[in-house]
Design a protein around this ligand. Structure first.
Ligand code: PEP
Ligand code: MG
Length: 755
């Protein structure tokens, strides 16, 4: 049979299946009958279909050629036997003598004893197998590629039936009958913090492909071209008007648009149309092809691009059908979006001021939609399986992004607690906003230099809203991480200039590229190292790849032309590293001068105190450096030999303990002795109780995250520096594992505001 004959055969079968699915009988009956149609048309003795009952199990839902009693009695784990393997790997499998297959598993309930040859294909939805369709024959025979193609086309049709609302209702009834309880509180993975309460909007863009073949290819091609053009024009308009501003978000959207405009992708769809498929089926087929190629890769970045491709494919389907589903539409003023997967553009189909939460079944922390949602202050929870099918549109959902819980139809009590938290948060935000008119100054008149940390473009808004003294840490690696390619000097200059312009007269401290360990660049193959946190990272990379450092220095110099430039180097472990890095900057400065390009009015060079060894060279380094900033996140990880990214260890050691605080006191004292500007830009400066201790130890400059600036400021404005300093001296004699309770009690007794 040639390809055309296979297409014809599939066409005939699908026509019969569609007619049969329109019958007014139970879905279970129709599914069963469809197996008979498949067996008859494919001229085999048996046809049957396993469907995923949950994340781990497949169950026999329909069969021809088997005893009716085996229905819903036979189940397999995903990965178990040949059929479970097809579901796990999402790959078809054909064998002429089934029982000789190494993964063959005898299931007495199924009664396959008579059958020899086997052909199984996965039913795929959203990159996952949602079932397996199998045909079997009594004789030993080879199934041809064409037969496999035909069965795959039928599987596309069945996948739509299996993922239909009707089917999910049927599955729910089965679950209920078996006495399984539905869930009320579900644990997921928090990708963005915050609390949200709203009505569920099921993000269902995916349209069932009901017509697979066409007789009028030209007309289909015209439809496809028109839909593709309109989609791209609308995307351009949407992204040009997005509220997200420039910076790394635009890179995310650019990456997305790349798929939408990709000529190769479009050509593949057009080729499918020319082979006789409808535009809709052609889009699906080309997506599946791409998915088959990319899904096996271990490259996280490439895998995540599949989400973008899914998003673009769904979008194109909407343009083809003219049906834009529920996306963006809800009467409620408070919505919680539930999606299986989502691209950044889809999130923007919703009115973002109404979004109170986002739940993504297949989410990972680095997926683009999570980065965008975080920038919009939307709590995001990922890795909750089955929710998409479980929840009904409009149902009330509470999202706890702090703990990573989702509450389905929360009780009155939980609802009240959530509302309290949300209201409390609103009031506090209003109070913090008001603080912008006041100084970060203590009750006894000590002025604290109070800065913010910046990374995402969204952080830039905090400069004005907090009225901070400046940017104490600009994490330049974040635009590098969000970009698809290494940003060139021009791109860097425009990024840094934007920050300088927004900062106006305020101080800005640029940190050189701090990548490696947990901060991976998508375009650099990740090195697999035994201990990445103490591996080839940060300044170690940029000193070894000097061209990158030189380019970044040039971009800093040009962006700060005529102004003060402050550059600091991260992870410096010895004097020589600092001198080499500074020398690189100075050489670039000389080059700029020689080329008669405008240079900064003043250049200050500093370093981060993150590696314990440097603390023992402070006298020498403070002679050379113009300023220092303590990166307490890394410093604590190295002092306690405790991986900062390991959730098991998060509460094991406390920075509020005598050893760490003594070390901090030493740093502050040395800097004061040498008259060198010194600040703290690690998380300690963003946590009010820890910031209180830092000020008590002598630190007078803090750089907090934009979102915690108000909390720290209200603490500063309610403390007495002299009194706290005296108390800290006493406290440092304690040998307790943590001094947090004492400090909290002190703050409470002295009316210091700790939110
Ligand atoms: C730190 O280590 O404290 C720091 C501010 O740097 P980062 O968190 O970016 O490693
Ligand atoms: Mg660090």
């Amino acid at each position: 049979m040639n390809s055309r004959a296979a297409a014809n055969q599939a066409y005939v079968i699908l026509k019969r299946l569609r007619q049969q699915m329109e019958e007014q009988t139970d879905i279970s009956v129709r599914l069963n009958n469809s197996m008979s149609v498949i067996a008859e048309e494919m001229q085999v003795d048996a046809a049957f279909c396993f469907v995923n009952i949950d994340d781990n199990y497949l169950e026999l839902f329909a069969a021809h050629g088997f005893a009716a009693e085996s229905m819903h009695k036979v189940s397999l784990r995903i990965g178990e036997g040949v059929i479970g393997g097809i579901a796990k790997d999402c790959r078809p499998c054909a064998v002429s003598d089934y029982k000789k297959h190494p993964r063959y598993l005898y299931k007495a309930d199924l009664g396959e004893d008579d059958y020899k040859s086997f052909l199984g294909v996965p039913l795929i939805r959203r990159n996952k197998a949602i079932g397996v369709l199998v045909i079997e024959s009594r004789d030993i025979r080879e199934f041809t590629d064409r037969e496999q193609e035909t069965l795959e086309t039928i599987a596309m049709f069945l996948a739509d039936i299996v993922s239909s609302d009707e089917m999910s209702e049927y599955k729910k009834t089965l679950i209920k009958e078996r006495g399984l309880i539905t869930r009320e509180r579900i644990k997921g993975l928090s990708l963005s913090k915050g609390y949200g309460l709203g009505n569920a909007v099921i993000h269902r863009r995916r349209h069932a492909v009901t017509k697979i073949f066409t007789e009028d290819k030209e007309k289909e091609l015209d439809r496809l071209t028109a839909a593709h053009q309109k989609m791209n024009a609308d995307l351009d308009a949407k992204f040009n008007s997005t509220k997200l501003g420039i910076g790394e978000h635009m890179d995310i959207l650019d990456a997305y648009l790349m798929f939408a405009r990709d000529k190769g992708w479009f050509k593949k769809i057009a080729d499918n149309v020319m082979s006789g498929m409808t535009a809709e089926a052609a889009v699906e087929r080309s997506y599946e092809d791409m998915w088959n190629r990319l899904s096996a890769t271990t490259d996280v970045y490439l895998k995540e691009r599949l989400h973008d491709l899914r998003d673009v494919a769904d979008r194109l389907q909407s343009y083809l059908s003219g049906d834009f589903g529920e996306s963006g539409k809800s009467d409620s003023e408070n919505i919680v979006i539930i999606a299986q997967t989502m691209g950044p553009a889809e999130l923007m189909d919703y009115e973002y001021t109404k979004i109170r939460g986002l739940i993504i079944e297949d989410g990972t922390p680095t997926m683009h939609v999570a980065i965008v949602a975080k920038a919009l202050n939307i709590p995001v929870i990922a890795k909750i399986k089955g929710l998409f099918e479980e929840v009904k549109s409009g149902e009330l959902i509470a999202v706890d992004g702090n703990e990573g819980y989702v509450y389905l139809q929360p009780s009155d009590d939980i609802r009240r607690k959530f509302q309290e938290k949300i209201d409390e948060n609103k009031k506090l935000q209003a109070k913090f906003a008001e603080l912008r008119h006041h100084l970060s100054q203590s009750l006894d008149g000590v002025r604290i230099g109070h800065y913010i940390n910046v990374g995402l473009a969204f952080d830039l808004d905090y400069i004005e809203s907090t009225n901070c003294d400046g940017i104490g840490l600009y994490r330049t690696e974040i635009p590098f991480m969000a970009s698809d390619v290494m940003p060139d000097v021009e791109r860097q200059i425009s990024c840094y200039k934007e920050l300088m312009d927004k900062a106006g007269k305020r101080k800005v401290i640029f940190r050189s590229l701090d990548v490696g360990s947990d901060k991976l660049l998508p375009y650099w193959a990740g090195l697999s190292e035994e201990n990445p946190a103490i591996g080839w990272r940060s300044i170690r990379i940029t000193l070894d790849r000097r061209a990158i450092l030189r380019k970044q220095m040039r971009a800093f110099l040009e962006a700060a032309a005529g102004k003060e430039l402050n550059v600091m180097f991260p992870m410096i472990a010895d004097l020589e590293e600092f001198e080499e890095a500074r020398e690189t900057l100075m050489l670039e400065l000389e080059k700029e001068k020689r080329a008669a390009r405008p240079v900064p009015a003043k250049v200050n060079v500093g370093l981060m105190i993150e590696v314990p060894a440097i603390v023992f060279q402070l006298d020498e380094i403070l002679e050379k450096a113009d300023f220092i900033s303590v990166g307490t996140n890394d410093l604590a990880q190295f002092v306690f030999a405790c991986d900062r990214g390991n959730p098991r260890l998060t509460e094991r050691y406390d920075v509020l303990s005598a050893p760490f605080l003594r070390l901090m006191r030493l740093i502050a004292a040395k800097a004061a002795e040498h008259g060198v500007y010194c600040s703290v830009c690690g998380e300690m400066a963003s946590n009010p109780i820890e910031a209180l201790a830092l000020i008590g130890l002598g630190f007078r400059n803090l750089s907090s995250s934009g979102s915690s600036f108000g909390r720290v400021k209200s603490m500063i404005r309610s403390m007495n520096v002299e009194e706290v300093s005296d108390y800290m001296q006493l406290l440092l004699n304690s040998s307790k594992k943590t001094l947090r309770p004492q400090l909290m009690a002190y703050a409470y007794d002295h009316g210091i505001e700790i939110y």
